[in-house]
Design a protein around this ligand. Structure first.
Ligand code: UT7
Length: 313
């Protein structure tokens, strides 16, 4: 069976922090509203002049440093992002160049919105089936602050910037995926030409909230069905970190153990494609992940897209 495993994680979080109090000086909002409705306390934001490719490169380097693989053997670097610095060159081409990767290493960007990491891992699994001996570098990197309208309180308080990366390779231990798109394209949008006075991200918050709750549960149930496992067999569940209330709702509805569900949305806000691997990297650095642990991840976002994967650490 063609399967995928993570060899190492890396991350890069910009140092600059924007607290809820900082935002309350910019728009009509307050810490109490943001924390109660979302669980978010702060978010990290790229400094002026710092690009998506900068944080993507650092996360990629971090993951490669922690892996016992030769970067020259990489078959591909895939960067999941919906906030590239440019249409071309792609973020992946820039990271490829900065890391001095082998010219034979394929570099491609993938826009899977907040499911970007899941979709990139699914793509990596397909590439590994073609060439099982060569590892792949999967990066998820977002500079969401570059497309936020900081006069719109309904969106600007929700998001943050960050990048994370995984070196992956083929494995004998099974892994399972679900992925789909449900054709509600007006629920979350972000124009391609966002610079200047055009609006940034727009979102029908309550509709997305409802979708998120049912979508996460659907992904969890589908993955458990495919694998023949029960939720109690899973050591860690990592949901896309958009809103702590969504995750709490899912835990309650499934009657799950809250200790299984990792949450760091309070520190980072919603970092879109980067949120799941950023959580994984933090869990790894904190020593929460042990070899053999089963990790179930679910994403949802613009499209509306949804997806999940179940891997053995
Ligand atoms: O990765 C993308 C996935 N996106 C998501 O997961 C988002 C899912 N949706 C949500 O997380 C929630 O719907 C939000 C956090 C976006 C909004 O929470 P809500 O409980 O659905 O609030 P609401 O949109 O119904 O707004 C309630 C009130 C409104 O005022 P009125 O009309 O009741 O007077 C808003 O104008 O809260 C107001 N409001 C705010 N007040 C203070 C909206 N944003 C803010 C704010 N500060 N930042």
């Amino acid at each position: 069976m063609n399967s995928i495993e993570i060899v190492s994680m890396g991350r890069c979080v910009p140092q600059r922090i924007l607290t809820n109090d900082d935002l309350s000086k910019m728009v009509d909002t307050n810490d109490e509203w943001i924390v109660t409705r979302t669980g978010i306390h702060q978010r990290h934001i790229v400094d002026e002049g710092m690009t998506n490719a900068d944080i993507a490169t650092q996360a990629a380097r971090d993951a490669l440093d922690r892996a016992s693989v030769d970067p020259n053997t990489l078959a591909a670097i895939i960067v999941a992002t919906f906030t590239p610095d440019m249409f071309v060159p792609t973020v992946s081409a820039t990271v490829h160049d900065r890391l001095g990767l082998n010219p034979a290493t394929l570099a491609l960007d993938l826009n899977g919105a907040c499911c970007g990491f899941i979709y990139a891992m699914r793509t990596a699994q397909g590439l590994l089936a073609l060439n099982p001996d060569k590892p792949i570098l999967v990066v998820a990197s977002e500079a969401v602050s570059s497309v936020l309208d900081f006069t719109d309180r309904s969106t600007c308080v929700l998001f943050g910037d960050g990048a994370a990366a995984a070196v992956v390779r083929s494995s004998d231990t099974p892994s399972w995926f679900v992925a789909g798109t449900r054709g509600r394209t007006d629920a979350i949008s972000c124009p391609a030409h966002y610079a200047g006075d055009k609006p940034g991200i727009g979102m029908k918050g309550q509709e997305v909230f409802r979708f998120a709750c049912t979508s996460i549960e659907r992904s969890i149930r589908d993955l458990l069905k495919q694998s023949g496992l029960a939720l109690g067999d899973i050591e860690h569940v990592v949901c896309h970190q958009a809103n702590g209330r969504i995750i709490s709702h899912v835990i309650k509805h499934l009657g799950a153990d809250p200790a299984q569900f990792f949450m760091d949305v309070g520190e980072y806000g919603n970092t879109s494609a980067a949120s799941i691997p950023l959580a994984l990297a933090d869990m790894d650095y904190q020593g929460l992940l042990h070899r053999g642990d089963r990790v179930l991840m679910t994403g949802f976002g613009a499209g509306l897209c949804e997806g999940g994967m179940l891997l053995t650490w």
